[in-house]
Design a protein around this ligand. Structure first.
Ligand SMILES: *Cc1c(COP(=O)(O)O)cnc(C)c1O
Length: 377
């Protein structure tokens, strides 16, 4: 139990969200647990995903993949952001699949494979329009190299990533899909037919069946959050249940007169005589400093932030008639079912998105797990 703040993670919600995605897509599901499972906790979230029937785990970093193996999670894991100079041998020895986005990385992986006398399991990453990871200008040269190094590696997958999957009907998605098919054909012409093709993130998993192939990579939706509230609608409308509820304890309550400035810079004033509460969380914990028009949920109503958010604390306006007391727990964000603010509200309030809100909740905030008592329907 945290003594001033805690992020409660409902593991049954993660299970239910994964089941929801599996029903929708009917293909394998890679649970994306990078960045400490979007702030929800790497190992507990990964275990919930495995229990829900996810067939793969996806991470960015090798350290993340190795931490999952240390936790004795044995399902396939893909790590897609393992930089040049990494200990590729440890990945190969740990049965961790590696993304290959460049010739330089491919060559290092081949060296490690030959050294261990064990072919690395690779997923070739192609750039179909995101212009971030994956082969673009090096593609032809890579194909030639691959044709001569087939024995060093086991080509398990071909994958790419959408730039605009959260805008269904956008032609750019069709263009990326076509490029993906063309690059898949290029590989087939070499006699290389990867058993797994994957292209969809959460948004495409929810709305674009043409890009599901054999496996979908689901991140934000497994945590119950909408990939894009404007274009795809709320979590609730998508049948998803937000897994994280962020709670904080009221540090103190004080009566304050009208026209009293609050916080750094004295930029905000009380409009009338009121009660304020100090909440012991701040931007060091991932509360966005620029957030406006959000706050906490306390005794059945919303109490908005007043004044600037500090490093470890912020102040909310409870209203003159509030019965809140120091030591009480309030909700910073949650599923929204009872009227509390949501991660989407905090995203909008800080000119950002729910992804950033949950992922930035800092390490000082303990994660408390609500266990899976029964398999969610
Ligand atoms: C983060 C990530 C995902 C998951 O994206 P969501 O929008 O959270 O579903 C999928 N694939 C790759 C390559 C990623 O980096």
């Amino acid at each position: 139990m945290g003594n001033r703040a805690q992020a409660e993670v409902d593991l049954a919600a993660i299970v239910a969200n994964i089941h929801r995605l599996q029903e929708q897509t009917g293909v394998g599901l890679m649970a994306v647990v990078k960045a400490d499972a979007y702030g929800h906790g790497l190992v507990p979230s990964a275990r919930a995903a495995v229990q829900a029937g996810a067939s793969w785990l996806g991470v960015a970093l090798l350290e993340e993949a190795l931490a999952l193996r240390s936790a004795e999670i044995s399902i396939p894991i893909l790590a897609w952001l393992v930089p040049p100079g990494s200990n590729f041998a440890s990945a190969i020895a740990g049965n961790i699949d590696l993304a290959v986005p460049s010739i330089a990385i491919f060559q290092e992986i081949c060296v490690a494979s030959r050294h261990l006398n064990k072919p690395a399991r690779i997923h070739i990453e192609v750039d179909t329009g995101m212009t971030r990871g994956g082969f673009l200008y090096e593609w032809q040269a890579f194909l030639e190299l691959l044709a001569n190094s087939k024995d060093d590696v086991d080509v398990v997958g071909l994958f790419s990533h959408f730039a605009r999957a959260d805008e269904p009907g956008e032609l750019y998605n069709a263009l990326q899909l076509r490029r993906f098919m063309e690059m898949s054909d290029d590989l087939n012409e070499l006699g290389i037919e990867p058993p797994i093709h994957h292209l969809s993130n959460s948004a495409a998993s929810l709305v674009d069946a043409s890009s599901h192939f054999d496996l979908v990579r689901v991140g934000i939706a497994m945590y119950g959050l909408t990939p894009d509230i404007e274009h795809l609608g709320s979590s609730d409308s998508l049948g998803l249940k937000p897994a994280m509820t962020l709670k904080a304890k009221i540090h103190l309550v004080k009566d304050v007169l009208a026209n009293t400035p609050v916080g750094y810079g004295a930029i905000a004033m009380t409009a009338k005589d009121t009660k304020l509460a100090v909440i012991a969380m701040g931007y060091a914990d991932g509360i966005p400093r620029i957030a406006q028009d959000v706050g906490v949920f306390c005794n059945g109503r919303r109490a908005p932030i007043i004044g600037r958010i500090s490093m470890d604390q912020f102040v909310v306006d409870l209203g003159a008639d509030s019965i809140a007391e120091a030591g009480e727990w309030v909700t910073v964000f949650g599923p929204g079912e009872e009227g509390e603010y949501t991660a989407d509200d905090w995203g909008r309030a800080s000119q950002s998105i729910n992804y950033e809100v949950v992922t930035r909740i800092g390490p000082r905030v303990p994660r408390i797990y609500k266990p899976i008592t029964r398999l969610a329907e």
